[in-house]
Design a protein around this ligand. Structure first.
Ligand code: FDA
Length: 406
């Protein structure tokens, strides 16, 4: 029987950070992961440079059934705290876009730093080690967890589940955390793939498939098909780049909106944000004899202009011959392109999972669940950040809050 003060299951971002913090507090910590590789998601994140936080992170950039849940942890461990940790480890970084901070060299820097923190806290790490079962027996009024693992029986009064969400199963994602939550009677918010490309039905997508590879800045939102102007005013709108793919839409704009998108709902895209297309086309009509496609190509990327106009014979003519109504309709459609995805690329491409362990069954101060001595941190919890370093900030902040309470 191996006895520890705390067992952390999952050596990803949240688990490594929490284990290091707890070890540094003097606790005897065991960190286990079923994979023989450590923190694979950190390694592949941010194109290999890990967008490890966002300077401007606030609770407003997180999705959860309870949007207030993340407040306490985020305020007690801020982006600046993580920046100072990197600086203590002499890790160079830079800001790329909208507060997003990346390593100058590689994501390995963050992994090595977290491992060094674990070493400083004398954390024992077992990889690979799989968990076969976990039970809780009460001993003198306190919880005692017995964990049957591939490296023998483990006993600890406290267990932290940091096994993440379901995205990218091929690098080790499992539903372990959700199964443990269910085993101990905790509620789950239905998980779904998020920060993920959206797909469209083959025939309806055929005219746009030729645009694969085209990227352009857009405004994007989603909501019910029959959304009222009031509902649309309240909708979250992202201004980011959109990328056409053979099967649908991707790029930061679409990844962001995918977290909000629900099956059956349309996405609405303004393909020419900041431009009064209708006025510009009507002005061109008065002065130009160019084809509509050519005029349009001065306002949006020419491949997009060509594809758009080729769909409608009425638009294949000089702009001076077009009716005002046709030009206004063209501008309206480009400015409010509504299309309904038939799904997403799913967990194999998703960066994160929305949903997870229901925050109603967790303490926002400590991440302890209603089951005494059992904690959940990181992505396994129903707290999901936008694209841009927010998910790692949640991993650090929830891991810190938990470690403080152990
Ligand atoms: P994480 O997934 O990191 O770790 C979970 C660990 O648990 C893994 O090591 C896994 O092997 C282990 N595990 C799973 N099941 C187990 C079991 N049954 N038994 C034992 N161990 C088990 N975020 C961000 O803020 N900035 C970014 O740049 C990116 N980039 C990015 C790119 C890509 C391609 C992906 C897929 C994701 C991102 N993310 C991101 C999201 C970010 O990686 C993610 O939110 C965090 O890694 C979540 O940290 P966790 O520790 O909760 O889970």
């Amino acid at each position: 029987m191996h006895k520890f003060d705390v067992v952390v299951i999952g050596a990803g971002a949240a688990g490594l950070f929490c284990a290091g913090q707890a070890g540094r507090q003097g606790l005897k910590v065991l960190l286990v992961d079923h994979s023989d590789k450590v923190a694979e998601k950190i390694r592949i994140s941010g194109g290999g440079r890990c967008n490890f936080t966002n300077r401007d992170a606030t609770p407003a950039q997180f999705l959860s059934e309870n949007p207030h849940f993340c407040r306490s942890a985020l305020s007690r461990y801020t982006p600046q705290d993580f920046i100072e940790l990197l600086q203590r480890h002499d890790i160079p970084f830079h800001e790329k876009h909208k507060g997003q901070l990346f390593c100058d060299r590689s994501a390995e820097d963050v992994i090595n730093m977290l491992l060094a923190e674990c070493d400083a806290g004398q954390v024992t790490r077992w990889q690979s080690c799989s968990i076969k079962s976990m039970f809780c027996a009460e001993q003198a009024g306190t919880a005692s967890y017995k964990i049957e693992s591939s490296r023998g029986l483990i006993e600890a009064p406290q267990v932290v589940i940091a096994t993440g969400g379901l995205s990218i199963p091929k690098i080790g994602a499992t539903d372990f955390g959700y199964r443990i939550a269910k085993q101990f009677g905790l509620r789950l918010v239905e998980p779904r793939a998020a920060l993920v490309p959206l797909t469209f039905e083959g025939d309806s997508w055929a005219p746009y498939a030729q645009l694969a590879g085209l990227a352009l800045p857009v405004k994007i939102e989603t909501g019910p098909p029959d959304a009222t102007p009031k509902q649309r005013k309240k909708a979250v709108v992202f201004s980011e780049d959109l990328l056409f793919t053979h099967r649908g839409l991707s790029g930061p704009a679409v990844l962001q909106i995918s977290s909000f998108w629900r099956e059956g709902q349309p996405v609405r895209v303004n393909l020419a944000p900041g431009t009064d297309l209708s006025a510009l086309l009507l002005r061109a009509k008065a002065t130009s004899r160019k084809l509509i496609a050519n005029e349009l190509a001065s306002l949006v990327p020419s491949r997009l202009a060509d594809a758009w106009v080729s769909e409608d014979p009425a638009l294949q003519r000089p702009i001076s011959d077009a009716t005002d109504k046709a030009l206004q309709a063209l501008a309206q459609r480009l400015g409010d392109w509504q299309l309904t995805p038939n799904g997403s690329e799913g967990y194999k491409k998703a960066e994160v999972t929305v949903g997870g362990v229901d925050t109603r069954d967790l303490s926002s101060q400590t991440m302890e669940s209603k089951q005494p001595g059992l904690y959940f941190i990181g992505e396994v919890v129903d707290v999901t950040g936008w694209l841009g370093g927010y998910n790692f900030q949640w991993a650090w902040a929830s891991g810190f809050a938990c470690a403080q309470a152990l």
